[in-house]
Design a protein around this ligand. Sequence first.
Ligand code: SF4
Ligand code: SF4
Length: 141
Amino acid sequence: MFTEKLLMHFPRELVQQPILSVVTREFDITFNIISARITENEEGVMKVELRGKRQDVQAATRYIREKGVTVRSLSKFIRIDKDLCTDCGACVVHCPTAALYCDEGRAVVFDKKKCIACELCRTACPFHAVVVAHIEEAERV
Ligand code: SF4
Ligand code: SF4
C-alpha cells in the first residue's frame, strides 16, 4: 500500500466541490483528513493522506491539481545535485510553479519555497541531477 501526505489549498470557488469524493471513486484510493481549516479568505487548507496503489495515488493527485487545487507533497522534497547538473534547462520548461528558472548567466536556479514536489523536473532531467528525498515529519497546516 502506497501512502502520500499532501497539503492542499482549495481556492474559494472549489471549497464546496466534492473533489476528494470523486477521486476515491474514480481512482480506487482512500483518504484520511489529518487536518482542515477555512482561511479568512474562505479558501480551504487541508492536510490529507492518500492511500492506494502508487499509480492510482499519483493519477488522483494529478486530477486534483488539474481541477485547480494547489497540491504540495509533505512526504518528500526535491534537491538539485549541482555536481550532475549541466544547467541544460530541460527541467525549467516543465516546472509548473517557476521553482526552477534561469538566472541572467543562464545557470539554473532552484527556489525550494515554490516547489510542490510534483517531480516533473526529475522525469525531464537527462542527467539524473534531480534528487527526491523523503521526509518523515509533515509540516503543520
Ligand atoms: S518538483 Fe515540480 S515544482 Fe518542484 S522544482 Fe521540480 S518541477 Fe518544479
Ligand atoms: S534538466 Fe537536469 S541537468 Fe538540466 S538544468 Fe535541470 S537539473 Fe540541471
